[in-house]
Write a protein that binds this ligand. Structure first.
Ligand code: SF4
Ligand code: SF4
Length: 397
């Protein structure tokens, strides 16, 4: 028996437990024959950080997937990702993924260079600049981490493939598609033009709260696998308490995965999920980020509104980064990744590192929040930021 989405228990990252669970998942989700093929394994490497933080795919998870692949005698196994501002191999070393790759007999690729790839079924993007290594590979084995996401609400299999865009090309996409609705359509366009993708989702320890870079690890004890990223995301989001119907890019991805490129209503009821059902694992108190509610997140255009109304709406409705000098280590990661060039690093009156933001150019992509290694950025309304600033000023007087 095979399922569209395989959902099963795997309580921790012990190698023997992972091997058993992943072999079962491969069989139940119809893992393809890879003998003689070139495989690209794509973990989530948001930045180089210890695996316990649950920001990245756990190295033991990658190691177990490589053991599974090696048994099936592929011609070559490549492993790679392209974090926004760090060199991939440097970030992979810090996250334990480089050692897991080498120990597993695979080759790490940095994905610095790219090539154009046509996306004929894309709605907003008809051509992507993607990692050159894709030209050689027959199958992508996608290893996303299950996390909340400030801009997209939820991140998993579909969003993890965005890392195939080399380096700061990802920032360019944020600039081009500043609202979540268009950005989500672009993500689905991207997944429509790739070689076949098989996903094993590392959800054993997921991230709740302020994901994808600064949330809290949360043990779930389950993993998922599928031949298709979109149905897997649908089920995974449901497992942590989201209603995927309220996350537009998941609806778009799921609909297109079932119908080609047609905007036809499809029913998730028809999906086969097993051996466990969502109700067997669903976590009711997972700390979720709210569904997109602001005008900018929903993609409403205020372009025709009078300027004062636009300014007021932006001030009141749109959550923005808030920088905390007491935690900032002055690494410049946020400044370097910012697609809108809205940030500058300086010093505050006490000589501490302080990042200043130009709200008039910030596009609220939250990339700065994702990459901050010191949890020195939170997301909130500008009015809240002003309130915080005045409270801090009072405290230092
Ligand atoms: S300041 Fe942060 S949220 Fe604003 S555009 Fe730059 S990276 Fe995006
Ligand atoms: S706010 Fe974070 S990312 Fe930006 S300079 Fe400070 S520590 Fe680095």
């Amino acid at each position: 028996m095979q399922f569209d989405v395989c959902l099963l228990r795997c309580e921790d990252y012990k190698p023997e437990m992972l091997d058993k669970a992943l072999e079962e998942a491969a069989e139940l989700a119809g893992f393809p024959d890879v003998e003689g093929k070139t495989i690209l394994v794509k973990p989530n490497l948001l930045r180089g950080v210890a695996p316990e933080k649950a920001v990245t795919t756990h190295p033991e998870f990658l190691a177990a997937v490589l053991r599974l692949l090696n048994k099936r005698r592929p011609a070559r196994v490549l492993v790679g990702d392209s974090p926004g501002w760090q060199k991939g191999s440097a970030a992979a070393r810090s996250a334990g993924l480089l050692a897991a790759t080498q120990d597993g007999g695979a080759q790490w690729v940095d994905m610095d260079s790219g090539a154009m790839r046509a996306a004929p079924r894309g709605r907003l993007v008809k051509e992507f600049y993607l990692a050159s290594v894709l030209q050689e590979c027959d199958l992508i084995v996608n290893l996303p981490k299950l996390k909340t996401h400030q801009l997209m609400t939820y991140t998993g299999a579909t969003k993890n493939l965005f890392g195939l865009i080399p380096g700061l090309g990802k920032s360019g996409m944020h600039l081009r598609f500043p609202n979540a609705a268009d950005f989500g359509t672009m993500l689905v366009d991207l997944s429509s033009c790739l070689p076949p993708v098989f996903t094993f989702m590392d959800s054993i320890v997921a991230m709740e709260g302020e994901g994808p870079g600064n949330g809290t690890p949360r043990h779930t004890g389950f993993l998922l696998a599928s031949r298709n990223p979109a149905p897997l995301d649908w089920v995974a989001a449901n497992c942590i308490g989201y209603d995927p119907q309220k996350i537009p890019y998941l609806v778009d991805a799921f609909t297109r995965s079932q119908t080609g490129n047609e905007a036809t209503q499809v029913s998730a009821e028809a999906l086969s999920v097993g051996p466990l059902q969502v109700s067997d694992v669903r976590i009711e108190d997972f700390k979720l980020l709210p569904y997109a509610t602001t005008a900018a997140q929903k993609g409403f255009s205020l372009n025709r509104a009078p300027a004062p109304l636009k300014r007021l709406a932006n001030t009141l409705l749109v959550s923005r980064p808030i920088f905390h000098a007491e935690k900032c280590i002055g690494c410049s990661a946020c400044v370097n990744i910012c697609p809108a060039k809205a940030l500058a690093l300086g010093k505050d009156s006490q000589g501490r590192h302080k990042v200043r933001i130009d709200d008039s150019v910030c596009i609220t992509c939250y990339c700065c929040h994702e990459v901050c290694p010191a949890s020195a950025i939170s997301i909130g309304r500008v009015l809240h930021r002003r309130h915080e600033d005045s409270r801090k000023a009072e405290r230092t007087q």
